[in-house]
Design a protein around this ligand. Structure first.
Ligand code: AMP
Ligand code: ZN
Length: 116
């Protein structure tokens, strides 16, 4: 199932492959799960199942449908009208800690600007 050591050591690939996580959403291409360390009342992680290291390696064919899914999840979570924030941390200065492309969907509270 795994095709590289990078994927073998990837925590998100492991969760996806194990298939026993409580995903809020799953299809052939994407999963959405609750962040283990939520920073807002709603804090989901939306990601492609395929291992892509980060935004630098992502093409529009991956990010476009992810955004469509995020908009729908915002509706499902009841934060579409109150508002929400979508974040992709990229590499070290961007604060990325897990090297598998993921979008943070945060909502349910008033966000501050600028982020730290
Ligand atoms: P980032 O810092 O942008 O790479 O985000 C990684 C996120 O993954 C953090 O918000 C972590 O809290 C979250 N995280 C790490 N391990 C898990 C896990 N096993 N299940 C759910 N979320 C996780
Ligand atoms: Zn991965």
């Amino acid at each position: 199932m795994f095709t590289s050591d990078r994927e073998k050591n990837c925590i998100f690939c492991k969760l996806i492959a194990a298939g026993d996580s409580e995903f809020l959403y799953e299809d052939n291409e994407y999963v959405a799960m609750r962040d283990i360390n939520p920073q807002a009342p709603v804090h989901l992680l939306v990601m492609p199942k395929k291992h892509i290291s980060g935004l630098n390696d992502a093409v529009g064919a991956v990010t476009g449908p992810a955004m469509d899914l995020i908009r729908q999840l915002a509706v499902d979570m009841g934060i579409s009208e109150s508002g929400y924030r979508v974040i992709v941390n990229c590499n070290e200065d961007g604060g990325q800690t897990v090297g598998h492309l993921h979008f943070h969907l945060l909502g349910g509270r008033r966000m501050k600007w600028p982020p730290g």
